[in-house]
Design a protein around this ligand. Structure first.
Ligand SMILES: *[C@@H]1O[C@H](CO)[C@@H](O)[C@H](O)[C@H]1NC(C)=O
Ligand SMILES: *[C@@H]1O[C@H](CO)[C@@H](O)[C@H](O)[C@H]1NC(C)=O
Ligand SMILES: *[C@@H]1O[C@H](CO)[C@@H](O)[C@H](O)[C@H]1NC(C)=O
Ligand SMILES: *[C@@H]1O[C@H](CO)[C@@H](O)[C@H](O)[C@H]1NC(C)=O
Ligand SMILES: *[C@@H]1O[C@H](CO)[C@@H](O)[C@H](O)[C@H]1NC(C)=O
Ligand SMILES: *[C@@H]1O[C@H](CO)[C@@H](O)[C@H](O)[C@H]1NC(C)=O
Length: 465
């Protein structure tokens, strides 16, 4: 009978033998015989000589050990693959960052570089660790290592480059500043404070303003905080002196009394004043031009033109579209919806309309007829400025900075229809600036400051070539 398990074969080996046809019809042809003791005998013919059982067993053991090792190595490899993938992504991210930094001309702060360097150092540490844990060489890790070194070099390079740029720019700035100083010194030496003849517009606008010169408290007293004052400007007789002072009644709305003085000395000494009464003006937007006083007629959208020789109303005309009543007055000053202004070229009115949504509108007037000749719309909200005046067709607006400082902060050039920001600080004695009137012949601002009459000299800049 053929043995089912001729040797103590492991399933592995059994499988191997069966696969190599060793078991094909193994003992079918055996012939048996009985010996003298009546025991049944048979001979088996094994192919070849002896089967290398020991060798096979050895092979089997080796294979098992190898397979275990293989498993261990396999899990290691998958771990490394994951780590390498992560490092690769990190390098990609960093490369993108560095390339972005290199491609933009923006100067990076040192902090950016420090962070980047930290990240790269951390990676370098990790990769070095990885390298030491891997026996032998690994192409991928080697490459990673090279790439990180490359990145470090790039960042260092970039940093030094940026530093150089900043240093170069700083040097350039210092050189320019020095040249500017020299130029200024030269200009200071050759042209002491630029002089522009009265009525001239050959300058480049206001560049500075003097300290306030306090002339006096208005003649009606401390409680008359609202009002205006100034000096008449006449193209025909520019040298003629006519000073006017128009404090409003204490309600801050009614213009009823005003005074005229024929000289500055008279004004200072309250001497030879001509005191007049008119019925009625509204607000402190009053201006005097060519011996006529212009103001908003009380409770209306009408402009009034008062003859100062006779104290009679020469003309009354509606200012088209002007906002009515106390709407869109100046910040901190009521009832000044209509602010008249005089410059080198004549009479203007500063106001707002409903259509302008409260923004300042400027109209040039024909002083003979009070017709509007031309209108400009600015983008500056009137109730957010404290006052305004016009010089050479350029409107300047002020705003309070503190109780002691006012700032000329906005300008609108009617010649070019361009607006702009400036910053010229005006010291003030008291908090509220109620009116500003400019006189082109002496280039002085006449300011009514909480009942006080104050003057400021303007400093113009030369026209830049
Ligand atoms: C059995 O053996 C004889 C010779 O020993 C051979 O001729 C015969 O073909 C064999 N039969 C089988 C079924 O292998
Ligand atoms: C790489 O950048 C992507 C997108 O910003 C981010 O989702 C990912 O987590 C980053 N990878 C590493 C390893 O920092
Ligand atoms: C390293 O940088 C150089 C120059 O930027 C580049 O040519 C090279 O391919 C980089 N090497 C690697 C591995 O990124
Ligand atoms: C030149 O004059 C201006 C204005 O008077 C002054 O601000 C500036 O400091 C002067 N410059 C020099 C170099 O003296
Ligand atoms: C502006 O004028 C004030 C007062 O006169 C003066 O102190 C200041 O230095 C001037 N500023 C410039 C930039 O000229
Ligand atoms: C102003 O009106 C008067 C009278 O109609 C006219 O003679 C004069 O030319 C006008 N002036 C301007 C600048 O339009």
């Amino acid at each position: 009978t053929p043995p089912t398990q001729p040797f103590a074969l492991s399933p592995h080996i059994y499988y191997l033998l069966s696969e190599t046809n060793l078991f094909l019809q193994p003992f079918a042809n055996v012939t048996g015989s009985l010996n003298e003791n009546g025991v049944c005998q048979c001979s088996v013919y094994l192919p070849d000589t002896t089967f290398p059982v020991q060798k096979v067993e050895m092979l089997e053991i080796t294979a098992r050990v190898l397979s275990e090792k293989f498993e261990i190595e396999l899990t290691k490899v998958s771990q490394y693959t994951k780590a390498i993938e992560m490092y690769e992504q990190k390098i990609q991210n960093l490369t993108i960052k560095v390339e972005h930094m290199a491609s933009t001309s923006v100067s990076y702060t040192e902090l950016d570089f420090q962070l980047l360097k930290l990240e790269i150092n951390e990676m370098q540490r990790l990769v070095t660790q990885l390298k030491s844990t891997l026996v032998g060489s690994n192409v991928i890790v080697e490459q990673l290592y090279v790439e990180i070194r490359n990145l470090t070099l790039m960042v260092n390079d970039l940093e030094s480059l940026d530093k150089n740029n900043i240093l170069a720019i700083r040097r350039e700035i210092v050189t320019l500043q020095n040249r500017l100083k020299e130029c200024e010194k030269e200009r200071n030496q050759t042209t002491p404070p630029s002089y522009f003849p009265p009525g001239s517009c050959g300058h480049g606008g206001i560049v500075n303003i003097s300290k306030p010169y306090i002339v006096q408290l208005n003649w009606r007293g401390f409680s008359y905080k609202y009002g205006a004052w100034g000096r008449d400007y006449s193209l025909q007789t520019p040298e003629k002196d006519l000073y006017w002072v128009a404090p409003l009644n204490t309600d801050g709305r009614l213009l009823e009394y005003y005074r005229l003085y024929n000289s500055y000395d008279d004004l200072l000494l309250f001497k030879n004043a001509r005191e007049r009464r008119t019925t009625y003006g509204e607000g402190s937007g009053t201006a005097v031009y060519n011996n006529f006083m212009y103001y908003n007629i009380y409770g209306s959208v009408d402009m009034g033109k008062l003859n100062l020789n006779t104290n009679t109303l020469a003309l009354r005309k509606t200012l088209p579209d002007a906002a009515y009543g106390n709407r869109f007055s100046y910040a901190g000053v009521s009832w000044q919806g209509m602010d008249f202004a005089v410059d080198e070229s004549g009479l203007w009115v500063i106001y707002s309309t409903e259509e302008s949504t409260g923004n300042i509108v400027i109209s040039k007037l024909n002083d003979t007829t009070l017709d509007v000749l031309h209108t400009w719309k600015t983008r500056q909200y009137k109730p957010s400025v404290s006052n305004a005046f016009i010089i050479c067709g350029v409107l300047y607006a002020t705003r309070p900075v503190s109780t002691r400082k006012e700032e000329i902060f906005y300008m609108y050039d009617t010649n070019t229809e361009q607006e702009g920001k400036i910053s010229i600080i005006m010291d003030k004695m008291l908090e509220t600036v109620h009116s500003i009137n400019y006189n082109p012949s002496d280039q002085i601002l006449y300011v009514y400051n909480d009942g006080y009459l104050v003057k400021y000299n303007l400093i113009f800049q030369p026209v830049l070539p």
